[in-house]
Write a protein that binds this ligand. Structure first.
Ligand code: BGC
Length: 741
């Protein structure tokens, strides 16, 4: 780099590194400590290790001040290791101990995609708070969650860990997770630091293959992918993790535009940034860094404060500083950011685990929290009247997921004890359900099983029962990180199992327990009802029974579009329109006449073999109640950018059962300086409505919430006409319109 240019860059870095003002007690503490640290000790704070070497060697490094954080270590060792840092290192700076507490620690909640289906920030906050309480009790002070990657591709295994396809929903629930993990004060005994990840665009991996490159232009990045991160940062997220992917050729751990311009300058983030696991050294595979020294230089200057695992900082930063290739101020600011969060966590005063008088792990309250979350996370996709089940019916319990205690916990649950999992089968053995008569005949041992030799036994069991409940889905290992699939039908012989059960003529309830939205269109004819559960966690079995028996009324809504066929992907509700949107029913492939003329099917945008529509739209979900929407009312049909529009509608429970409906508010900006999505979620509310009653739902929509980054890359509301809907999902609803002056 030319010298002049280097000086300009350094000046820019200094301006954007969260330099301390030194005027609060916190900042004074940090400055004081920083002043005592050697360069090596500072760089040590920027180094995070996992347990990849003998304990003695880890301890020696901690003693020498070479480690600032450890991740995913055996919780039993936390205090011992912490003691080495606090009592045996020169400055006694405590470690921040990170762990992937993604959807519960010991008591496991539904996977995040399931939590998202609740459309319930309170349940999400309560669940994550429960996780934080259990984790902090054991000395864990930092989680690598929430994952806020917008996921529009069900092949991508990590869709399981996401909050779905919508930026507004992900932002609202992501903020709820941050509040849940971090509690009132980070230093409380029930709080841990959150880490929003993966910054950014990771969910847009080409082809849904994990770690793949992304190509997201800045307008889309800002209007969709960054929105949930910004909301989570505004909610106070303490830390942020860079992603593995390169976007438009720039790996996230080397992207100073994202880490300095957006995160620090625009969003004023004052926590610290950690890389993902070796995502820094992987910049060499990307072809973005020549060697490990180059890696350290690029990431430090880009704004990665702490390096996860790959250790290029500890190896090369001293030399890079000596050579003036990484300014000292960059190091100081990174360390300030890290110390700030350690300080806020209260680690300097209370470095050790905080067990209460009695452990909260698996306590009743936590089990109930997990059960409620699982109830609200289930989505009823189809019901021809077989549900709810009736007392006195004999059930045939079939399928590999009826009793899969490990798999029901889903991806990222290293700490959940499968012996504590209440599977659907185990639920039937509890006091609450032991009056139910059932015959258990799984038919398949696990989801990938292709051995159909037990199917005759299954059929005979079903014939002896009144209703068959078939539990199908995916093992936990089939979704999550590095577990992408190119085929997302029910795996193994599960579709055949369903057909075999249906051939008996008995009513069939299909209960799916999976990590992603599977392509189940071909299975629907063989099920009279479908209840979909994204891996529902420790209490999933009881929650499912509560729902099947109508002790709870389903209220979950889809946080992602369900496609008919994998070839439709990407398909998401908030897409832009083509110039030729498909309008009508599509001619089925087999009905196309031979030698039909070229334009006979119309020149519009659809697939010959799977049409234009998904199987189930975003926001869809049934209930045992039925709801009717009426009387859409807008406080004004003409508003200005500073107004707040009040939009109301009446929602009536037209059934004989009490139920909860998630009313959803969508808008469309009809003409923009860039094309705008055909619909965008701008609000949702869970309404509990007694049988026969009506409720008015009121949304306050600040017109500023219609702002977007347009052609000039400035965020603003563009004047013009808007459509607006209140409805039960992204495809239906009452429609109105208004004009922004
Ligand atoms: C994942 C992160 C996770 C980290 C630590 C990485 O492989 O991408 O999401 O937090 O490992 O376990």
């Amino acid at each position: 780099m030319k010298k002049g240019l280097f000086v300009i860059c350094v000046a820019a870095l200094l301006a954007t590194g969260c330099k301390s003002t030194g005027n609060t007690e916190e900042e004074r503490f940090i400055e004081d400590l920083l002043g005592k640290m050697t360069l090596e000790e500072k760089i040590g704070q920027m180094n995070q290790l996992c347990f990849d070497q003998p304990l003695d060697s880890i301890k020696a490094k901690i003693r020498a001040g070479e480690i600032g954080s450890m991740l995913n270590i055996d919780p039993k060792l936390i205090d011992e290791i912490q003691k080495t840092a606090v009592e045996e290192s020169r400055l006694g700076i405590p470690l921040i101990i990170g762990r992937d507490i993604i959807h519960g620690y010991k008591t496991v909640l539904p996977i995040p995609l399931g939590l998202a289906a609740s459309f319930d920030p309170q349940v999400v906050e309560a669940g994550t708070h429960m996780a934080a309480t259990e984790a902090r009790e054991e000395g864990i002070t930092w989680t690598f969650a929430p994952m806020l990657d917008i996921s529009r591709d069900a092949r991508w295994g990590r869709i399981a860990e996401s909050l779905g396809e919508d930026p507004y929903l992900s932002g609202e629930l992501g903020a709820a997770m941050v509040r849940g993990f971090q509690g009132e004060h980070l230093s409380d005994s029930d709080a841990i630091a959150a880490c929003v990840k993966h910054f950014v665009g990771y969910g847009a991996a080409e082809g849904g293959r994990d770690y793949n490159s992304t190509y997201i232009p800045e307008t889309l990045l800002r209007n969709v992918y960054l929105e949930p991160f910004q909301k989570a940062i505004e909610a106070g997220a303490a830390t942020l993790m860079t992603s593995f992917n390169d976007n438009d050729g720039i790996p996230a751990s080397g992207n100073d535009f994202l880490l300095r311009t957006v995160l620090r300058d625009e969003w004023k983030f004052d926590g610290f940034v950690v890389s993902d696991w070796c995502s820094m050294s992987e910049m060499m595979s990307h072809g973005f860094a020549a060697d490990r020294k180059d890696v350290a230089r690029i990431s430090a200057n880009a704004g990665v404060d702490m390096e996860m695992v790959s250790q290029t900082y500890i190896e090369h930063l001293p030399q890079l500083v000596a050579e003036n290739k990484v300014p000292m101020e960059v190091i100081d600011n990174a360390v300030r950011n890290i110390l700030r969060i350690k300080y806020r966590l209260g680690l300097f005063e209370n470095p050790y685990a905080k067990p209460g008088k009695t452990s909260t792990i698996y306590c009743d309250e936590h089990l109930q929290t997990a059960r409620r979350a699982a109830v609200e996370s289930a989505i009823l996709l189809k019901n021809d009247g077989v549900l709810p089940l009736k007392e006195g019916q004999t059930l045939a319990i079939v399928g590999p997921m009826a009793d899969a205690p490990h798999d029901q916990l889903g991806t990222w649950s290293f700490d959940g004890d499968k012996n504590r999992t209440v599977t659907p089968l185990r639920a039937l053995q509890t006091d609450e359900y032991n009056q139910v008569k059932y015959i258990y005949e799984p038919g398949l041992d696990y989801s990938r099983d292709t051995d159909t030799s037990d199917f005759e036994r299954v059929k005979s069991a079903v014939r002896r029962a009144d209703v068959a409940v078939v539990f199908v889905g995916e093992e936990a290992i089939l979704s999550g990180e590095a577990h992408s699939l190119s085929n997302i039908y029910l795996i193994g012989a599960q579709s055949e199992l369903l057909k075999a059960v249906k051939s008996t003529g008995k009513p069939v309830v299909m209960v799916v327990i999976a990590g992603r939205p599977l392509t189940i269109e071909r299975d629907l004819p063989y099920a009279d009802a479908v209840l979909y559960n994204f891996h529902p966690g420790t209490m999933g079995g009881l929650a499912i029974m509560d729902l099947l028996y109508g002790r709870e009324n389903p209220s979950g809504k889809l946080p992602v579009t369900f496609v008919r066929e994998v070839g439709q992907i990407p398909m998401y509700y908030n897409h832009n329109n083509t110039g030729r949107p498909a309008q009508n029913e599509i001619t089925p492939l087999e009905d196309i006449p031979l030698e039909a003329p070229q334009t006979s099917l119309g020149n519009t945008s659809f697939y010959l073999d799977s049409g234009k529509d998904p199987l189930f739209v975003f926001g869809y979900g049934l209930s045992y109640s039925t709801f009717e929407y009426a009387d859409l009312n807008l406080s004004s049909n003409e508003v200005s950018a500073t107004d707040t529009l009040t939009v109301t509608a009446t929602v009536k429970n037209t059934s004989v059962v009490d139920g909860t409906e998630v009313a959803q508010l969508y808008v469309r900006d009809l003409v923009g300086s860039i094309d705008r999505p055909v619909k965008e979620l701008k609000g949702f509310q869970r309404l509990f409505i007694k049988a026969g009653d009506s409720q008015t739902v009121t949304f306050k929509l600040p017109v500023s919430a219609l702002a977007f980054y347009g052609r000039d890359l400035k965020k603003k509301v563009e004047s013009g006409q808007f459509d607006i809907w209140i409805g039960p999902n992204s495809a239906e609803g009452l429609k109105g319109s208004f004009t922004v002056k």
